[in-house]
Design a protein around this ligand. Sequence first.
Ligand SMILES: C[S@@+](CC[C@H](N)C(=O)[O-])C[C@H]1O[C@@H](n2cnc3c(N)ncnc32)[C@H](O)[C@@H]1O
Length: 459
Amino acid sequence: MNANIDIINHAVARQYEAFPFPDYGLFLPLRWQEGYASHSMFAHAMAREIRGSAHQRPKGGVLIAGCGDVFPSIVSHWEPRSLPIEALDLSATHLKRAKIRCWSAPSRVQFQKLNLDYPLPYARESFSHIDAYGVLHHLANPSQGLQHLSEMLAPGGTLRLMLYNRRSRDWIHQIQKIFALLQLSPYIAQDRKDALHFLEHLARECPALRERLYTLLPELKAKPTRLVDTFFHAREARLDLQHWIQAMQGADLLPLGLFDRYAELDDLPNPLYSFPTLEELDQRSRDRRFENNWELYVIKRGPVLSPQTTTLKVPRSVYLRTAPHAWFQYEETSETPWWDRQVIWQHYVKGLQGESIPFPANILHKLGEPGILRLLRIGAIWPSALPKTFAQDFALHKIHDSMDIPLIPRPIPLVKLVSCTNLLQSIILRKKRDPRLLQWIAKRLDAAQKLDPSTVRES
Ligand SMILES: C[S@@+](CC[C@H](N)C(=O)[O-])C[C@H]1O[C@@H](n2cnc3c(N)ncnc32)[C@H](O)[C@@H]1O
């Protein structure tokens, strides 16, 4: 046991006990097909596309590490019935809620309250896929946690990770520090209210933060959980992608692909099948062309000693779902007729199982090149399903030659943000804090508005 680790774990667990995340009604229906890229069949189909028949899936079940409250139910709809699913989390509340959501097949997922900061009690190399989405940056020792996961993964096994993009969250970090300076607590209703008011004033008065806040505010107002998770998290390790890539190398893990959910990397070869360089990603997250978090697919190095010999099939219910909404929210795909969407869906599902059935030419024709490229980039069309008439590297093609660098409005000093200043003064008074705090807050706010806050130094 390590006192520092335990203090962090305790604070994180306390937060999630009080504010389960994501805050999605326990009895609301789930559109689980939207999780089409979050299960082991997807990760292994992707690895097959990249590595060809050389890719063998090892034997072993699926681990959902830091499962949260919604994810086990989504994954259980997808995984083949023959694969055991284990789900672990630090938070008893999350585990309880996750179990309730799995009510229709109570024994499908085995739940355990475990801590990723410590070695896990499973047999080494016993999983063929691990999911740790939005988890590792909340650990006391993230690199060690990654190492623990790697030890559980069989060579040839896949890992899906979502890691915070530190640079695109720099402005959030500055606001987190402002709330910490003011000693606002997420557990005090009045403090949450003040924090929310401050963000509303900022959105109105501060053009450099307006766009970012306006997209967040409706959810921040509706769900205290979202406010706490974003601006008061008990633990957020601020690590660059470079750190994560090094940690992966040290843990025998190799990045395979990157999921470009918001179409921010259209000037690069398809990142799902050709992992961009660190420089390409770093530059784009510095100048704000890439703002999403890192959604990565990773593979464990080494020879597959015990390959999966039986053909794995997704449950039949998968075929009966309608295609994910997410596929058709892009300008290149939004006009796709309902029936074509369903055909694309059926092909996607068959591809998961290694069945490669060439796409109907008329649908490809209607989608056009940009539509096909978009669907390839988000994993809705498998490259191997394209007819032989397509160039061999078509699936890697860029969509655009370049992407615009966003223009960021000039920073405005705190003294000119009248409502923000008035509110801050009233909080300082209420909290009996030193009025000179305003100077420090002004610096933080300045940094939050700068294009690259890493260049800003405090005097
Ligand atoms: C942001 S939530 C993500 C949940 C889920 N993966 C999802 O995508 O919906 C982070 C989860 O990690 C869990 N967690 C944080 N630190 C942990 C640790 N040291 N060991 C195990 N789970 C942890 C939290 O309890 C929480 O459920």
